[in-house]
Design a protein around this ligand. Sequence first.
Ligand code: NAD
Length: 377
Amino acid sequence: MTMVTSPRLKLALIGLGRLGTLRARILAFQQPRIELVAVCDTKPGAKKWAATNLPSNVRFFADPEDCMRNSGAEAVLISTATATHAALICMALDLDLHVMCEKPISIDIVTTAEVVNKAASKPHLKFLLPFSRRYDESHREAKLLVDNGSLGQIHAVETTCYDKQDDSGFWVTFSPQSGGIFVDAGIHIFLTATSSQIDIGRYFLDVASNLPSPRKQVNRVVAMGQQAVYPDLAKHGDCDAAWGLVEFSNGKILNVHVARTLTNGFESTTRLFGTKGHSIVNGNSAANRVEVRDAWGVRTATTPDAFTLYDRTFVSDIAEFAAAVLDGMPLSCLPQDAYEAGKIACALQHSVRVGLPVYFDDEGLPVLETGQVNGHR
Ligand SMILES: NC(=O)c1ccc[n+]([C@@H]2O[C@H](COP(=O)([O-])OP(=O)(O)OC[C@H]3O[C@@H](n4cnc5c(N)ncnc54)[C@H](O)[C@@H]3O)[C@@H](O)[C@H]2O)c1
């Protein structure tokens, strides 16, 4: 009797930082359809980490091009610092590799568009930029309610993503390289840890129908922010709490609030406003289902940080990527989604910085004007 084994995708992981090390363990031990053939990182100590934590047949490379050319991988997962994503994605596509990359593609719109167009010019290659909320089971459950019409028409979405304060000063040192709160925290709600939130608003709202011109999904955005806990963020034109309103061209509204000011842990909640009902995803951000009822009232422990959630979402997004490459299954997050979310995040960031609303033109691009209104510049 012959055993039929299902094919596995040979994959190399580039970047062994906070997320990459988490990804590496999942790829090596929890993904039956992936064969992790190599890992790569340019920093000292990464080789030792790989030797200690990964199976001995996973090769280590200190140079990403060497890794892509010589590891035998058919696909790469890029989990490096944001500023390196665009060049590494293009390198992988040029070498005819399927690509999965952490968001965002880039902190600027032009580069994002170039990468999305390049991926489109290689239709035989899969390109996945997974926004993590789309791979979270509660958000998927809510999407079923939207799709089966039980909430009626979803006319607005309100979404929040709050990180815990960090006494080490991480948010201030991270700011210059992240692109600002809406580009980093934002795409997730607006562009990175939270960048799933802008994306999750688009996921739940039908923003692509009844458009006045086909490429213009957004009419205008306006945003404002504060330095409530970290005054030094002002030096980078950044905020630790920010609010953004997005008016889509077909009248749908998205309200995004991102912050790094909590003291209890990590919270991210999304409310869907439907004509027949509302739905709230993750209203309490509790770490588990245990409540303590005592002299202080009713308490639950809060999810400590966003990373806690990745144990599950990272299993789900890699499984989808493997099924797309190996079986031709559809992806639930398309490069165009990253581009649309990126444009909104950049427009919100600009609005915070100049104190003005940002309108989008008929080509669907934000008009990033500067001007002077009420002393803002
Ligand atoms: N999916 C999500 O929800 C989510 C959440 C947070 C962050 N992110 C994104 O994931 C990415 C990684 O974040 P992180 O917190 O792990 O960052 P990190 O700084 O901890 O790790 C990045 C790693 O990449 C390595 N690196 C940098 N340039 C390289 C290159 N050219 N070749 C090989 N290795 C290189 C660095 O040495 C480092 O080890 C960022 O773009 C971030 O925005 C995604």
